[in-house]
Design a protein around this ligand. Structure first.
Ligand code: 13P
Ligand code: 13P
Ligand code: MG
Ligand code: MG
Length: 370
């Protein structure tokens, strides 16, 4: 029997600008998923939020891209949107770009990361969810985790990893994918995924046996909508241990901050801050961009749970070990904000294409003289 871990997320409205998903919306999601679990559509779930993004973590046996699971997520987002409208929350229904559901939420606005696995003796999983950034934000840590022996000791120490990992990279401009194998093609891989606004790592397998190890959401809202309507705050699911990177190796890249696209109006480079669930809210200049990490154990098609069926969740960044990265992120945030709208604080011209900047150019069109 195979088990699927699905994380489907959307910003359907938030409290006080783009800050948090308030309790009434989380309750609606909780009610919907509880009912779906009782009806046997899913086996276990966890509702949480990454800043203003409502995150549905669902574990089931229906495989990736299941119509039932996607319909459940879509219905849940619609119900939460209704509540958001009633409360006049900010950006009610922000990420729901289409009205008619046709079997799959891909291309409709929500972000999706799904991993169907053959359960091992023990299957530790890390679920990452970020706010105020974009799918390219996972390129750097995923490279460190699965390709850099200076980060992941297991690449050298554990014989099961010696053949390396394969990275599927999406060219979000051409909507084409290429698979590169590490360590052999490492330099080519870095060549591509260093360009975080265009290429993103979408899936990773272990070379030795093609075991799938990681998946990310790669939705680009601006490319769906043709204009800026909110950032593509991404999620990722990563498998750990026993011939794969250890949980500690998966978290090690976050000991330091690094820069990601997003932050205010999705238009700035911002230092990523790893945070606990309680700090999963963007404040200063709508940031800094934040990432939460949930640790779960998959157990016979479910999330390992307590006697009342409540899933056991490890809030992985709720740890003083990440205080230094958080401090660094604040310091870098201050440095970049001092620069205002001057590059490199602001994104490149190409990335600003989907904002209102082209309208400024339009107003000046006839005033440019040669
Ligand atoms: P244990 O020996 O505690 O299982 O740890 C192994 C490991 O993977 C540490 O990162
Ligand atoms: P979100 O994409 O998180 O909704 O943020 C949008 C924004 O413009 C923040 O300044
Ligand atoms: Mg928002
Ligand atoms: Mg968001």
């Amino acid at each position: 029997m195979k088990t699927t871990i699905s994380v489907i997320k959307a910003d359907v409205g938030s409290l006080a600008g783009h800050h948090i998903v308030p309790a009434p919306l989380l309750e609606i999601a909780e009610d919907n998923l509880k009912k779906a679990a009782e009806e046997g559509v899913i086996n276990s779930y966890k509702v949480f939020h990454a800043g203003d993004d409502l995150e549905l973590l669902m574990v089931h046996n229906r495989g990736e891209r299941s119509e039932e699971i996607h319909a459940l997520a879509w219905k849940t987002f619609l119900a939460a949107t209704e509540k958001a409208k009633e409360l006049k929350l900010y950006g009610a229904g922000q990420d729901l770009l289409k009205t008619a559901f046709s079997g799959n939420v891909r291309g409709m606005g929500p972000g999706v990361a799904e991993l169907e696995i053959e359960e091992r003796g023990s299957d530790p999983i890390v679920v990452f969810a970020a706010d105020k950034t974009s799918p390219g934000a996972f390129n750097y840590p995923l490279f460190r985790i699965f390709a850099d022996p200076m980060n992941t000791a297991g690449l050298v120490i554990d014989a099961a990893m010696l053949d390396g990992f394969k990275f599927e990279v999406l060219d979000s401009k051409l909507n084409k994918r290429v698979v590169l194998q590490c360590p052999e093609e490492m330099y080519k891989l870095i060549g591509l995924i260093g360009t975080v606004n265009r290429y993103c790592v979408s899936r990773i397998w272990r070379v030795a046996d093609n075991r799938v190890c990681a998946v990310t959401s790669t939705t680009k809202l601006s490319q769906l909508a043709g204009k800026y309507i909110g950032k593509d705050d991404p999620v990722a699911v990563v498998r750990a241990q026993h011939g794969l990177p250890a949980v500690g190796e998966i978290l090690a890249p976050f000991l330091h901050t690094y820069f990601v696209e997003g932050w205010m109006r999705g238009s700035h480079w911002g230092p990523l801050m790893p945070v606990s669930l309680k700090d999963s809210r963007c404040t200063a200049f709508d940031g800094p961009p934040r990432m939460v990490a949930l640790g779960i154990q998959v157990c016979n098609g479910r999330i390992a749970s307590d006697k009342d069926g409540v899933p056991l969740i490890a809030d992985l960044f709720d740890d003083p070990a990440f205080d230094f990265a958080r401090r660094e992120a604040v310091e870098m945030a201050i440095v970049f904000r001092r620069m205002g709208e001057f590059q490199p604080a602001r994104l490149s011209e190409e990335s600003m294409e989907y904002t209102t900047l082209p309208e400024i150019l339009k107003t000046l069109k006839d005033r440019f003289k040669s």
